[in-house]
Write a protein that binds this ligand. Structure first.
Ligand code: UDP
Length: 402
């Protein structure tokens, strides 16, 4: 099992010692995280590391998954989109199904912990169905700055019951919410299979296994097939780049169990790019495979992240950590990670020409690409490694649990 000690080589002894110090008063406390998937997307990615490391430092931390039917996940996906600004037809039946799944889960999920941390909107109403005996924290990972107001008003009734709301960015705080709001920037685990060092032999093996040739420079976007990740826009950018530099595009997007729209968007992308896919100019991947993601983030000449909305964008930090330059939208949590022209390029989300120009620039100037990658890695080391998230959670728990 991974242990906090293993991280000292990367972050230094001072950070490790400070985490142990903060963990001491919480020793033996029982914490529970609840979200709606073990796999796929950034929340599961972070919890997979946080939960293991918290236990390692003596805090009994559990992780449970809210069970939902396909109907439930189709509704909560609409909620997720609407929280980020998409329109929604918020009918009574949707509200009822959403609440019912939470109510049922509460009946058979017994909670007697010292603190409960609920992630994202899917399990948000749970709080209403328990006798509240401990602090409850709502950890929201999406961008709330432009939420659909009808949905926000509906969800707010549940949020008001919480002790604290955590968001990923100062910009996502709500001034119409009289609940304490704090910020925790997400981060990546440098020792997880997705981010650990891997050899050239492993990289080659995985690329071969997934049928990805290396005869041309690779441009890659690692993202669920989701309209806010704009895979169709990525293809248009790729077509512009290809006019100037011969290269190949990989769209790698595993399917999350709480995201029913994935296959629909995938099929649309497949239809739009049929010829390029047949010629292997574009490669689509839907398998969940951390080592493959790791390999792609290492061998790609450029990582593109062309999101239209992005709560934080772990994929950006993952690429930067591997020293790979990123061309990405100036949106949501991404500018926290990328300083334009320093460790990557920020482009306005709808500026396809701008994306293409920056990618071409990096493909033609390997020295610039290398230098940006080097700076990117240091920014991640300082700000976006999992040890900092652990430290932030410990500060929060020390404030909440007396
Ligand atoms: N991811 C993955 N395989 C894929 C696509 C995505 O493992 O095919 C991971 C990705 O590496 C990152 C997470 O899913 O760790 C996505 O997090 P991000 O914050 O970028 O976006 P989200 O999916 O949470 O909106």
């Amino acid at each position: 099992m991974r242990s906090l000690d293993d991280y000292s080589e990367i972050v230094g002894d001072r950070v490790i010692s400070s985490i142990y110090r903060k963990a001491r008063p919480l020793s033996g406390k029982h914490i529970l995280h609840i979200n709606s998937t073990y796999q796929g997307g950034g929340v599961a990615e972070i919890l997979g590391s946080v939960v293991v490391l918290m236990n390692d430092i003596g805090i009994d931390t559990g992780w449970r998954i809210l069970h939902g039917t396909p109907d439930f996940f189709s509704i909560t996906k609409k909620f997720h989109n609407a929280l980020q600004g998409a329109p929604i037809n918020l009918t009574e039946i949707k509200k009822r199904l959403y609440i019912r799944a939470n109510e049922d889960f509460a009946v058979y999920t017994h909670i007697d912990h010292d603190c409960v941390i609920i992630h994202d909107p899917q399990p948000l109403p749970l709080i209403k169905y328990y006798t509240k005996k401990q602090p409850w924290i709502w950890r929201c990972h999406v961008d709330l700055s432009n939420s659909n107001s009808a949905l926000w008003d509906f969800l707010k009734k549940f949020i008001l019951r919480y002790d604290v709301m955590i968001v990923s960015n100062e910009k996502y705080k709500r001034n119409d919410l009289p609940v304490e709001q704090r910020i925790i920037h997400p981060a990546i685990d440098p020792l997880s299979p997705k981010n650990m060092e891997i050899s050239e032999a492993v990289i080659s093996k995985y690329l071969r296994k997934f049928g990805i040739p290396r005869d041309k420079p690779l441009i890659t976007q690692i993202s669920r097939f989701d309209k806010f990740k704009d895979p169709e826009g990525v293809i248009q950018v790729f077509k512009l780049v290809k006019k100037k530099v011969d290269c190949r595009l990989v769209l790698c997007g595993s399917m999350a169990t709480d995201d029913p729209e994935g296959w629909m968007i995938y099929k649309k992308v497949e239809r739009k790019a049929r010829e390029l896919i047949e010629n292997k100019e574009i490669i689509l991947i839907t398998s969940e495979n951390s080592i493959l993601v790791n390999a792609l983030q290492r061998v790609s000449s450029v990582i593109i992240q062309k999101s239209i909305k992005e709560g934080f964008g772990l994929t950006v930090a993952e690429a930067l950590w591997k020293g790979t330059p990123v061309v990405t939208s100036n949106i949501g949590g991404i500018p926290l990670q990328v300083i334009n022209g320093e460790n990557g390029f920020l482009v306005e989300a709808n500026d396809k020409k701008g994306f293409a120009e920056r990618i071409i620039q990096l493909l033609k100037d390997p020295n610039l690409a290398k230098e940006m990658g080097r700076k990117g890695k240091e920014i991640v080391r300082t700000n976006f490694l999992i040890t900092r998230v652990i430290s932030d959670y410990l500060d929060l728990l020390n404030d909440m649990i007396k």
